[in-house]
Design a protein around this ligand. Structure first.
Ligand code: 0A1
Ligand code: ZN
Length: 855
């Protein structure tokens, strides 16, 4: 049966593939407008499937030149999504399929399949891009060894696996590890490499290369170092060694996502490879380290063990994110990393889970699978694994993973396979836990406390609100780590894990002569929202004394959130002295990690406040949120000025640059202090910092601090002059001024910048730096006249004509539309409807806009 475009695919309809592939041999004769792809595929019937099937091959946008089975030409006619060979026309036994197709990589602006970026050929096949290269059963449960021949005059010709032969104008590669088509990759271009090597724990000598455009070779050292550390870490912590003789990474300027784990040939968005101290911020260095590790870790969790179908995507992504989080914690600071991860989870995943795009970690249906590479599948998926580890303990977690690798190596698996290894090695029934994979929405946990006659009772209640298609929710198994702190700040009950597995749970603690202070959900042990009317006094005790660093941070964060919320709702409230004193203690506590102090000093962002206000039953006004937040920043800065000045001075990082967590933390605290000071010193400290900055972190931090107070024009011009030749820094130039524009200027500025000669909107990074940046300026985007909505919708429609996947990803800026007041809702809805009825709207955008409208 041909797939029908725009019709949903259902998990429940899964059928095993009727044909398996024994081997694939591909020849590419590269040409910008007329590339020829010759394929030889050896098929055999799948004993696990019923007999009598037609052969159905996926293929899209291919110009079929010829096709043969066992040497006999076929007269089959392709349709829009592939071609079918009738069962009656197939030999009884295994057979050889041969075909030749022609494709035009130069015109491929969707950046899926084989495309060109700055004269270089490259591929992106996940999830369903291989069908744009040749006819094939393009599904992850069909795994085969690939042999590839590339013919081209370009000097560097790469594909998966090991190089086997090459000559002038051609090269051949062989990948012995059976893999699904989504892991296929090819690169051809005028590239230069940074070469290194790594000897695995098994004694294999692996050649490492990072390939970049000439001129960029000075920016690869950090990525290479991160790669070697990731390789060693996976051996030491998971017992996983690399399995080929060569590992290639290629940096590409035009790329829809962060990076791609193609077997032996990872392809990266260049922003996650290239870095020097002058051009990359500390946040960039951390992203590079994390993403290099993430893609490398996929070699085992994703490539050797892959997904049976795309509904199981979190099987590889949730696990690989969890592994990259562990790695980053080990490389840097576990406490700081956990706080950052939770902030991202709340900002992206909780937001998704609370709106019209909510879906389970394992979705049940999709129209376009590319729309499901989401924070839910990735970040919530990682949280589920973190919970599993907490529930079974570290040792059993390791045993479960060992079992997973030994039992499923070389297979395409499901969430059921994953849960089964935890049930066996973890020694417990996990059927209730498994609901987390199927139930969307963030559970809310209501907390009540009672303390009488020395007895303390804690009661927890769980509730999950309905999400699209799931009106009724079942109780989940929620691990809640908790401890109790005395009024004097000493811990009286150390961490223990409660299992909330029904609607409610009560626990009592005896012999407590004074009322204890509750430290709940330590380490953020489950992805839930706590509703706990804890007093400001108790929170201040936790902020000063909690032994759990996450909850220490969280206490300060909730104090700030409550205070800002009160300021916005009541407009008369001002930051209270207790809060300011608590912040001062953290700011000046030299025993605390500077990175932690920098995080604690950051007030909740505008979107976090809008979400909190909406949760509390209000209709948030983004402009009012912006103004109140500014006024709170000013009050804080006034009160803390001398401390900020001192901290800014103490946090200098003399000596040669290091991207280490330690130095990065010091820079983060300095930049935070300078940004706060700008609120009260007219920007003096920021100007001085800009003038002498020798890192991008400080330079950008100082410039944006000036933008925040409506200044920074001169620095912006200087920044442009200095960096106009560097495309990655130029993205920062575009993004910073839009994100930090005063609300009333943001839309006009964005419009102006869309006319800038360097606004290359077909480049996904640049589009995000301009149009995405307006979405990130909440008060600017939500300008009351709707001009922001209109501008973004116009650009999404334009991008959709060239690159549907990127347009759909950027469209989520509209997902919170129901949060806002009536006038804004009407304007937002009108833009969504305008996009929905746009002629020729892609399947990607059609699905996103339809879901956001609630269709
Ligand atoms: N598997 C990659 C993410 C990725 C997914 C889709 C892509 O193109 C549509 C590209 C990359 C990862 O998790 O890093
Ligand atoms: Zn991944």
């Amino acid at each position: 049966m041909p797939d029908t475009p725009n019709q949903p695919v259902f998990l429940a309809d899964y059928q095993p593939p009727p044909f398996l592939v024994e081997s694939v041999a591909l020849t590419f004769r590269l040409h910008p407008t007329a590339t020829r792809v010759l394929s030889e595929i050896r098929f055999r019937r799948n004993p696990a499937a019923s007999a009598g099937h037609d052969l159905r091959l996926d293929g899209e946008g291919l110009n079929l030149i010829s096709a043969q089975i066992d040497g006999t030409a076929l007269a089959t006619r392709p349709d829009a999504t592939g071609l079918t060979v009738a069962a009656a026309d197939l030999p009884d036994g295994p057979f050889l399929w041969q075909s030749e197709v022609q494709i035009a990589p130069e015109g491929n602006t969707a950046l899926e399949g084989l495309y060109m970026s700055n004269g270089m050929y490259c591929t992106q096949c996940e999830a369903e891009g291989f069908r744009k290269i040749t006819y094939y059963p393009d599904r992850p449960d069909v795994m085969a060894p690939f042999r590839v021949r590339i013919e081209s005059d370009l000097p560097v010709l790469l594909s998966n696996g090991n190089p086997v032969a090459s000559g002038t104008g051609w090269a051949e590669w062989d990948d012995p590890h059976p893999k699904p088509s989504y892991l296929f990759a090819l690169v051809a271009g005028n590239l230069v490499s940074t070469a290194d090597s790594f000897t695995t724990i098994e004694g294999r000598n692996v050649a490492l290369n990072i390939w970049v455009r000439p001129g960029d070779e000075g920016s690869t050292a950090y990525a290479m170092d991160a790669l070697k550390r990731a390789m060693r870490w996976d051996e030491q912590v998971y017992g996983r060694a690399y399995d080929l003789d060569i590992f290639n990474i290629v940096a590409v300027d035009d790329f829809n996502m962060g990076a791609m784990e193609n077997k032996g040939l990872n392809i990266f968005n260049s922003r996650y490879v290239l870095a020097t101290p002058e051009t990359a911020t500390d946040a960039d260095f951390a992203s590079i380290e994390r993403i290099i590790a993430h893609e490398y870790f996929h070699n085992w969790t994703g490539n050797r063990i892959t997904c049976r179908d795309w509904f199981q995507l979190s099987l590889k992504e949730g696990l690989t994110v969890f592994r990259d989080q562990q790695f980053m914690g080990d490389m840097r600071s576990h406490a700081v990393k956990r706080i950052e991860d939770v902030l991202t989870l709340r900002a992206r995943q909780f937001r998704e889970d609370a709106g019209p795009l909510a879906h389970p970690v394992r979705p049940e249906s999709y129209v376009e699978i590319n729309n499901f590479y989401t924070a839910t599948v990735y970040e919530k998926g990682a949280e589920l694994i973190r919970m599993l580890r907490l529930l079974v303990g570290e040792d059993r977690y390791s045993a479960a993973l060992d079992l997973y690798f030994s039992r499923h190596d070389g297979q395409a698996c499901t969430i059921e396979d994953w849960i089964a290894v935890f049930e066996e090695a973890g020694g417990r029934d996990l059927s209730q836990f498994k609901r987390w994979y199927g139930q969307a929405g963030t559970p809310r946990v209501d907390v009540t406390e009672d303390w009488q006659d020395g007895q303390y009772t804690l009661t927890l209640r769980q509730h999950t609100a309905p999400t699209p298609g799931q009106p009724l929710k079942e109780p989940l198994l929620i691990p809640v780590a908790m401890g109790l702190i005395g009024q004097d700040g000493r811990e009286i009950v150390p961490t223990q894990v409660l299992e909330l597995d029904g609607p409610t749970l009560s626990v009592t603690f005896d012999d407590l002569p004074t009322r204890p202070v509750l430290s709940l959900l330590r380490g953020f042990s489950a992805p839930v929202v706590l509703h706990h009317a804890q007093s400001a006094k108790d929170r201040a005790i936790l902020l000063a004394h909690d032994t759990d660093p996450f909850n220490r941070f969280e206490a300060g964060r909730s104090l700030a959130r409550d205070m800002l919320q009160a300021m916005i709702v009541e407009t008369t409230t001002r930051p209270d002295a207790e809060f300011i004193d608590a912040l001062r203690i953290v700011l000046c506590d030299a025993t605390l990690d500077p990175a932690f102090r920098a995080l604690a000093l950051r007030l909740p962002g505008q979107d976090e406040l809008a979400a909190a206000l909406h949760e509390a039953g209000h209709r948030p006004d983004p402009v009012a949120i912006f103004e109140m937040r500014q006024s709170a920043l000013k009050t804080l800065a006034e009160a803390l000025k001398p401390d900020l000045l001192q901290v800014a001075q103490m946090m200098e990082t003399p000596g040669p640059f290091s991207a280490s967590a330690n130095d990065a933390g010091r820079r983060a605290l300095r930049v935070q202090a300078v940004a706060l000071l700008a609120q009260v010193d007219g920007g003096a400290a920021a100007r001085a910092s800009f003038a002498r900055a020798n890192t991008m972190t400080e330079q950008l931090g100082a410039w944006t601090a000036l933008l925040d107070i409506g200044a920074g024009a001169q620095e912006g011009a200087e920044f442009y002059r200095r960096w106009e030749g560097d495309r990655l820094v130029l993205d920062k130039w575009f993004a910073a001024q839009i994100m930090h524009a005063l609300p009333q200027n943001a839309v006009a500025l964005t419009r102006t910048l869309t006319c800038h000669p360097r606004f290359d909107w077909k480049n996904p990074n640049r589009f995000r730096a301009v149009i995405g940046a307006l979405g990130a300026n909440a008060a600017g985007f939500h300008s009351p006249d709707g001009a922001g909505y209109h501008l973004v919708a116009d650009w999404l429609l334009r991008l959709d004509g060239a690159n549907p996947q990127a347009a759909a990803r950027n469209s989520t800026v509209f997902e919170t539309w129901r949060r806002y007041d009536g006038d804004r809702q009407t304007l937002l809805q009108a833009e969504l409807q305008r996009m929905a009825s746009h002629p020729g709207l892609s399947r990607d955008m059609g699905e996103m806009v339809g879901r956001m409208l609630g269709e």
